[in-house]
Design a protein around this ligand. Sequence first.
Ligand code: XLS
Ligand code: CA
Ligand code: CA
Length: 437
Amino acid sequence: MSYFPSIGTIAYEGSRTSNPFAFQHYNPEQIVAGKRMDEHLRFSLAYWHALTGGGSDPFGSATAVRPWDRFSGMDLAKARVESAFELMTKLGIRYYCFHDRDIAPEGSTLQETNRNLDVIVELLEQHMKSTGIKLLWNTACLFTHPRFMHGAGTTSNADVYAYSAAQLKKSLEVGKRLGADNYVFWGGREGYETLLNTDMKLELDNLAFLYRMAIDYAQEIGFDAQFLIEPKPKEPTKHQYDFDAATTIAFLQTYGLQEHFKLNLEANHATLAGHTFEHELRVARHQGMLGSLDANQGDLLIGWDTDEFPTDLYTTTLTMYEVLKNDGLGRGGINFDAKVRRASFEPEDLFLAHIAGMDAYAKGLKVAARLIEDRVLDDAVDRRYATFREGIGADITGRRTTLASLEQYALENRPIVNVSGRQERLKSVLNQYLLEE
Ligand code: XLS
Ligand code: CA
Ligand code: CA
């Protein structure tokens, strides 16, 4: 049975195609920078947006028309699994991600919830075997249910902390069973609203301890996924503890956890933190902690997490630039943590949105590879810092100076000669590369 009978397999047709159900740039077997495109771009479907979300917002109910709408309960969960694999197969997406509660409904007890989960995990396992599609990462939803109103790992209620640990334990077991490449921790409600009622130190200590127990349990059961933390500065809480890449790395270092984690960086979370996406990638890359990407984009005119499909070629190019400079994402991938707009409610929109995102990343990859090959930015950076390669600059980077020796140098009253940063020229060259075929 097909859930999307009118849509076939999406093929690459090149940039001049007028077929909306075709790729203009994503050509999986094309070699770019020495590797196949599909090896660079390990695209992943976000179950919560593609299968579970329906387009509701604080002002209105769901609008999406989906082929699984006629089902409910566990039948709905099963229909979503079948639809997900059809969607991924037709799009050529080889990975997916989910929260435990996206895939199976909560029961009235934790036991019943876990039983529901087991049924769907078994079905997922069968589909993964028959299609070769893999789990990029899974995670535990420790933020939707009312019990998490004060947080999960940072809750003020020890019973909720224990419940969260139980849910996390099960989630690690699911990850192990499905062979997840990574396991994500996103601190949905790990933050605070007001310091008037908050013991920040206890909350952070408890959060670190939850991570420590997760590391120990993963080792105990032989689950070797890369652990990832996903930063976000705000929403749902006013101040999220994993604010951005730098804050998260500092947190991990403070608690001696840095060896066990990398970061899952999301574009929209970067802009909510007042950063560009490439800034977040650069920070993580320099610390050897660039793990995986949640590919989407925000709207700079809107102050919340809009999770739009990524179509901004500047960002996809500069993102892939960082990824290539990082020598890839290893076990990570490019997960479309993105939802179609509420008015893009037809099933076809799910395909069109993913095609748009995959093409934007493919184009970004091709442009980034050429920028690197032609040393466009490398040469500009080299020129800008040239004074550090000789004379007093080389003494500074060789750490052979003192304040006194630098004072002596400065007092010799040499004329200081600066050179232009040439930012506008570089942007124009970037445009040139983007506009070339
Ligand atoms: C929400 C987050 C979330 C994580 C996974 O803003 O993006 O979906 O990616 O829990
Ligand atoms: Ca995300
Ligand atoms: Ca988001």
